[in-house]
Design a protein around this ligand. Structure first.
Ligand code: DC
Length: 223
């Protein structure tokens, strides 16, 4: 039976504005919100604490199994102050290459599809996790703009970095996320492509909500 609970997916590279847009769309529609990157980041934080590195597949899988069955531990890790840091982002990107680990995270993510609806952001939300999404968005922005936005985000979290380092970090992560064999960052079929370089978050949010209303609008019958 097809799942009729609405889902809006917003995929794109790091710092393209996915998180801000997804949260605002979710708040406007009173939908749930899934930040899938935070799951990979929480795994990276946990792996760090236990000194597990990305190539240690067996230990990573055991850790993923443990965390997917213990939501409280996962929530605690998601509040760790290091979660937003660039090194954790890089580690998350390395961990996310593992196909078995990604497979284990599918039920957790799909389980968040609950009424009245879900807005999910990440890299594979529209392509793999919710291929039947009501609306799929693929968000991009120029690297320089993304680096500026990420720098401000980091500063707001008390992390100070050089713009050149932030730029390099994003470019490297783009390469890993686009180049991996499983669930690479790629525009899902049927996605609405939005470039956020010159557009305000407010305008993009309005466009996404309009696309959602158009998708669910049932025209009155002719008779
Ligand atoms: O969205 P983010 O920057 O917090 O994500 C951190 C990393 O997690 C990202 O570089 C790749 C990985 N990720 C992924 O592989 N698939 C997702 N759906 C979300 C994130």
């Amino acid at each position: 039976m097809p799942n009729t609970i609405p889902v809006i997916t917003i995929d794109g590279p790091a710092a393209s504005g996915k998180g801000s847009i997804a949260q605002k769309v979710a708040a406007t529609l009173s939908f749930h919100y899934l930040d899938s990157g935070k799951i990979y980041r929480a795994l990276a934080v946990a792996a760090n604490k236990r000194q597990i590195s990305a190539p240690d597949t067996a230990k990573l899988i055991a850790l993923t199994q443990e965390l997917t069955t213990d939501p409280q531990q996962l929530h605690l890790l998601q509040r760790d102050p290091t979660i937003v840091s660039p090194p954790v982002g890089q580690q998350a990107s390395q961990i996310a290459k593992n196909p078995a680990l990604r497979q284990l995270l599918i039920p957790l993510q799909r389980g968040l599809r609950q009424m009245p609806g879900l807005v999910a952001d990440g890299r594979d939300m529209g392509s793999v996790i919710f291929p039947d999404a009501t609306v799929k968005v693929f968000l991009t922005a120029d690297l320089a703009i993304r680096a500026e936005r990420r720098l401000i985000q980091l500063q707001n979290n008390g992390i100070y970095a050089k713009i050149t380092d932030v730029c390099e970090d994003l470019a490297q992560r783009d390469q890993t996320d686009r180049g991996r064999a499983v669930s690479p960052l790629t525009p899902p079929a049927g996605a609405l492509h939005i470039d956020s370089t010159q557009q305000s978050i407010t305008d993009i949010v309005k466009n996404v909500i309009r696309a959602y209303h158009n998708a669910v609008f049932i025209p009155p019958s002719a008779n």
